[in-house]
Write a protein that binds this ligand. Structure first.
Ligand code: CA2
Length: 145
């Protein structure tokens, strides 16, 4: 199974500020964590991170016919982007939404998620572990692809 992990704006800045919310580990640490999880689960993993909405749409479109599952943390675009929702619908690849923090317990605007309408599951508030849980879910439910 091939899983694409997509991270949105400022995820590349993890570990630098707001450590009380997002922890002390960096984006590089996240990649290593996901690579280890992928090896354990026996899946192929690739990564994409961008601070630009259109670039994320392009990456989702490029996954068409290539990835069997997507794990996405759209970061701030979670709460604003119809374009990312539409791209996910267009490629029709099973997708799990992940948030490092528990967005249901923060600012009101973070409770809104446009991508959730399409996603088969949402994991929030579990730190990097949420990405592993998302990969496990895709493997268990869509792993024969
Ligand atoms: O909890 C999450 O994973 C979020 O998707 C992270 C986003 C935030 O906008 C979402 O509401 C929830 C933020 C990504 C990282 O932002 C940083 C901010 C300061 C320092 C480093 C990273």
């Amino acid at each position: 199974m091939k899983i694409l992990i997509v991270n949105g704006p400022n995820i590349n800045m993890l570990g630098i500020r707001e450590k009380n919310i997002y922890g002390t580990e960096t984006y590089e640490d996240l990649l290593k964590f996901c690579e280890d999880a992928a090896e354990e689960l026996g899946v192929e993993v690739s990564f994409f991170q961008s601070n630009h909405e259109g670039a994320i749409v392009d990456a989702i479109q490029a996954a068409y016919g290539k990835a069997d599952g997507i794990v996405i943390n759209p970061a701030a675009y979670t709460h604003t982007s119809v374009a990312i929702l539409d791209a996910l619908k267009a490629v029709s690849i099973p997708t799990v939404e992940v948030h490092i923090s528990d967005v249901s317990k923060r600012d009101d605007f973070r409770r809104i998620s446009y991508v959730r309408e399409y996603c088969v599951k949402t994991v929030m508030g579990k730190g990097f572990g949420g990405y592993k849980e998302a990969m496990e879910f895709l493997t268990e439910n869509y792993g024969t692809r």
